[in-house]
Design a protein around this ligand. Structure first.
Ligand SMILES: [Ca+2]
Length: 376
């Protein structure tokens, strides 16, 4: 596998891991601007966990990047991984990524997984679904394979979000080929919108348009590793891992172009200028950006009842940033930012609001914990 020189520092960054994190004292009250909280370890010993989904009844599914789907049952990590998974091409930034439940999971048992898939032309991002039955996925079928093949080990995306109206959103990275994010004739650097069976909705913005893939909902994104429906407005919010200084939060609208790499607030990892432009007609501006980068991954808009003064705030994981970012909004305007969980030395891969109103945080490490923020 050959890699362009400009992605090597990124890989080093992605692989860098703190030697050991200080132990967390669950009794310790952590102060912050709006709420004091405690950091509780739910389980330990996950290998590079990436995504999670809450099952009805309180159990949790967690993906591990090397290709395992794990079950946290009654608060303990089941030693046996879920069976029946597809063959995952692990390595670099690729592997098993997100997990999401079909909105009708209670009746149909359908679980969706995004992962990097290997093939003759290198690797790409793909999505499968299967029925969870007695510790196995059965009837596994591929519902999407991105036209985003190459030999690069970077920028696979990939989050999965259902909108509750029969659609599934999938975020796909530009696979380390930045110019391809502006080419809508492939899936590199896009947000995809499909029906739950993988078919293309007739009202997607580019259906029938020459030179555009009909699966595309929006394009011009770099490496989108956070995607949620805003619980208050129903908007699709995205975070993308930018170049050096240029991570972004965006509101994703149908048919819109988010500008990478024509406009950016960042420079390349080797210090070279990617673009002189920070804005351009026809390209959407982010709601917020980070300079320097924190290496964003994971996003939740808090809507639980346990931290009332955090309601409506965005929580974003920072990998290289080694913290959880809280960004408070008034509509689309940022009104407050704060770094949480600083000093623990944790690369943060994912963050979710649990059905219990607590905030769950996945750490990226070879032996990693799932953490939970509880009110003090
Ligand atoms: Ca952008």
């Amino acid at each position: 596998m050959s890699l362009p020189a400009r992605v090597l520092p990124l890989l080093l960054l992605a692989c860098a891991e703190p030697a050991s994190a200080p132990p967390i004292d669950p009794q310790e009250e952590v102060p912050s601007q709006r709420h004091a909280f405690r950091v509780v370890t739910v389980v330990e010993g996950l290998e590079h966990p990436w995504g999670m989904a809450f099952l009805p009844g309180g159990d949790i599914l967690v993906t591990e990047r090397p290709g395992r789907l794990r079950l946290i049952r009654d608060g303990a990590l089941d030693p046996a991984p879920i069976g029946g998974l597809p063959e995952v091409s692990d390595g670099g930034q690729g592997g098993l990524m997100d997990v999401a439940l079909h909105p009708g999971f209670a009746e149909n048992g359908l679980v969706y997984l995004s992962y990097s898939k290997g093939g003759r032309d290198g690797r790409t991002t793909a999505v499968v679904r299967g029925r969870l039955e007695q510790g196995r996925l059965t009837g596994v079928q591929e519902i999407f394979e991105a036209d985003a093949w190459n030999g690069n080990g970077v920028h696979f995306g990939s989050r999965l979000v259902f909108d509750g109206k029969g659609h599934l959103f999938i975020s796909v990275g530009e696979r380390g080929e930045m110019q391809q994010a502006q080419n809508p004739d492939n899936h590199q650097g896009t947000i995809i919108r499909l029906r739950d069976d993988g078919s293309v909705p007739a009202d997607n913005p580019f259906v029938g348009r020459q030179g555009y893939r009909p699966e595309i909902w929006a394009y011009g994104v770099r490496n989108p590793q956070g995607l949620v429906l805003h619980p208050g407005t129903g908007e699709l919010w995205e975070v993308e891992h930018g170049p050096r200084g240029g991570d972004e939060i965006n509101v994703i609208l149908p048919g819109h172009n988010y500008g990478w790499p024509v406009i950016t607030y960042g420079i390349d990892y080797d210090g070279t200028v990617i673009s002189d432009l920070k804005e351009k007609e026809g390209m959407d501006q982010p709601l917020h950006y980070w300079v320097p980068s924190i290496a964003t991954s994971g996003l939740t808009i808090y809507d639980g009842d346990r931290f009332p003064d955090w309601r409506g705030d965005a929580f974003v994981g920072g990998l290289a940033g080694l913290h959880l970012a809280r960004v408070a909004f008034d509509g689309h305007r940022v009104v407050e930012t704060e770094k949480l969980l600083e000093g623990l030395g944790h690369r943060i891969r994912d963050v979710r609001t649990g059905p219990d109103g607590l905030i769950y945080v996945l750490v990226d490490a070879s032996r990693a914990p799932l953490l939970r923020l509880e009110p003090a």
